[in-house]
Design a protein around this ligand. Structure first.
Ligand code: 13P
Length: 248
């Protein structure tokens, strides 16, 4: 059985008080409640400690939105997995489209980050997705294919088992324009098939593939009812405890 995951990407959106209030809201909302999904939040790096102090001991896992693929060294402004391990953090988001788009991160560089994260015994979620222009030019599958073949090159079958993928069409992020369940399913089926050809059928079958892009409490069910959609990577709706809890 594949694990279903609801992950909140807080991006660079909250100040310290808002981040702490959100963590408290999630904690109290989940108290004495069971959810069958794995629950994961990615706060801003500077807020990880404060969020950890609130959520440590709960079932909500905390991840970092990015890492630099190196042990402690002179990389100004970056974060090392060594620093995340101080807090026993395991989860890392890699390749979010905002980093690809605004910080010029390439598939090759993201591949290095994934390899490094796995070598460090941590758990990457690799984000992929096409822009509107690429979709309109019928390049969606070319783009996704390349993001997968290059991003996941030189990774062993054993190591890749912990990795999950988030398919986030760039045109659906923060726009309110959610992909239809059928559009998302078509892309997810392609991704799973590609994983099968890069690795094997068992790995493809067991890999959690999340959809991201304007996921809200009122559309999450129809998306997750599709056979290859195993959860959501959520921006806006994860940044208020009411809507995040409603998603869960
Ligand atoms: P929204 O849910 O705000 O569209 O953001 C999606 C996203 O980028 C999550 O990583």
């Amino acid at each position: 059985m594949r694990q279903t995951i609801i992950a909140g990407n807080w991006k660079m959106n909250l100040n310290l008080k808002q981040a702490k209030d959100l963590a408290e809201g999630i904690k109290s909302g989940l108290k004495n409640k069971q959810t069958k999904h794995k629950v994961l939040v990615y706060p801003s790096t500077i807020h990880i400690q404060a969020v950890y102090d609130i959520l440590n001991g709960t079932d909500v896992a905390i991840g970092c939105q990015n890492i630099y693929p190196s042990k402690l060294a002179a990389f100004t402004g970056e974060t090392s997995t060594d620093q995340l391990k101080d807090l026993n953090l395991k989860y890392v988001l890699i390749g979010h489209s905002e980093r690809r788009q605004f910080l010029g991160e390439s598939n090759e560089f993201l591949n290095q980050k994934i390899i490094y994260t796995l070598k460090e015994g941590m758990i990457p979620m690799y984000c992929i997705g096409e822009t509107l222009e690429e979709r309109e030019d019928n390049k969606t599958f070319d783009v996704l294919g390349k993001q997968l073949t290059v991003g996941l090159q030189n990774i062993s079958k054993e190591d890749v088992k912990v990795l999950s993928i988030a398919y986030e069409p760039v045109w659906a992020i923060g726009t309110g324009k959610v992909a239809t369940p059928e559009q998302a399913q078509e892309a997810h089926a392609f991704v799973r098939d590609k994983i099968k050809s890069i690795f094997n059928a068992e790995i493809a079958e067991n890999m959690s593939i999340l959809y991201g892009g304007s996921v809200k409490p009122d559309n999450v069910q129809s998306l997750m009812s599709m056979k290859d959609i195993d959860g959501g990577l959520v921006g806006g709706a994860s940044q208020k405890s009411d809507s995040f809890l409603a998603l869960l």
